[in-house]
Design a protein. Structure first.
Length: 281
């Protein structure tokens, strides 16, 4: 049996990961701003511990981890799932809106990591699953700042994986595509306060697509959560875990485009070293 610590567990993918872990026979410290929301969504369960956690509060992160260890004796799997999105062009997104997004999506993850990692290091084991996005690998118009938080999360995770591998800790970046959750609703995906008419042909179309796809996304969050639980139990989990056919398609498309650009511009960018034997550099 694994002991999970999951942020943002009261709804969406976080709630379904919690449910899937419990169904597998694991135990879960399920955190949310309001623990009552966890119970309302998932009910009572002997292996479920709802805990209060606002990931922007460092002291609360440490308190929640301490409470989880006190109840279950250890933590085996950390899932950093809490987060939200902002829909708007880079120029439309205020610095205040961007800071709020980074405070949760990046610094919130860092706070929870720093609360859990000492426990993992002491035990010389642990799994970290950081929930990124299809936009964390292949950005799209309208999600400039949101994608930047997920790109930051992926960079953090890549480095972290190399830093902790010798300690028996494994890190996986989960990249969900479009799953049928509340993410496209106004609560999870917040519109920018400003909207500029010149972006109607790019970001405006994305706003319309988000409205049309809300609660009609093709991904089944129950199946997605079960896949994540399978990865958490795998002996050799991947660094990146694409979740959904759309993520596979867009990731492969980007890899082809990046390879083509490298080939096309290598004669310029690759010819920038000092000549061998020059004694410079």
């Amino acid at each position: 049996m694994k002991i999970w610590f999951i942020t943002g567990a009261s709804r969406g993918l976080g709630a379904e990961i919690t449910r899937a872990a419990l169904e597998r026979g694991d135990a879960v410290a399920a955190t949310a701003r309001s623990p009552k929301d966890v119970t309302a969504r998932l009910g009572e369960h002997p292996n479920l511990l709802p805990l209060a956690l606002d990931v922007t509060d460092e002291a609360q992160a440490h308190a929640a981890v301490k409470a989880a260890v006190a109840r279950f004796g250890r933590i085996d799997v950390l899932v950093n799932n809490a987060g939200f999105g902002v829909l708007g062009a880079a120029e439309e997104t205020s610095v205040a809106e961007a800071k709020a997004l980074f405070e949760t999506n990046v610094f919130g993850v860092l706070r929870v990591l720093q609360a859990v990692l000492p426990h993992f290091r002491q035990r010389r084991s642990g799994r970290v699953l950081n929930i990124s996005s299809i936009g964390g690998f292949n950005a799209a118009p309208g999600y400039a700042v949101y994608a930047s938080t997920k790109f930051a999360l992926e960079g953090l995770s890549e480095s972290l994986a190399q830093e902790v591998a010798h300690l028996g800790i494994k890190v996986t970046i989960v990249e969900p595509g479009y799953f049928r959750t509340d993410f496209l609703s106004g609560e999870s995906l917040r519109p920018t306060g400003a909207q500029i008419a010149d972006y109607a042909e790019s970001v405006g179309k994305v706003r319309q697509i988000a409205k049309e796809r809300n609660h009609l996304q093709p991904g089944d969050p129950v199946l997605g959560a079960r896949a994540i639980v399978t990865v958490a139990h795998a002996e050799n989990p991947p660094l990146r875990f694409a979740l959904g056919p759309d993520t596979f398609q867009r990731s492969r498309q980007k890899l082809v485009e990046v390879a083509a650009e490298l080939d096309a511009w290598e004669h310029v960018g690759g010819a920038t070293w000092f000549p061998e034997g020059s004694g410079n550099g």
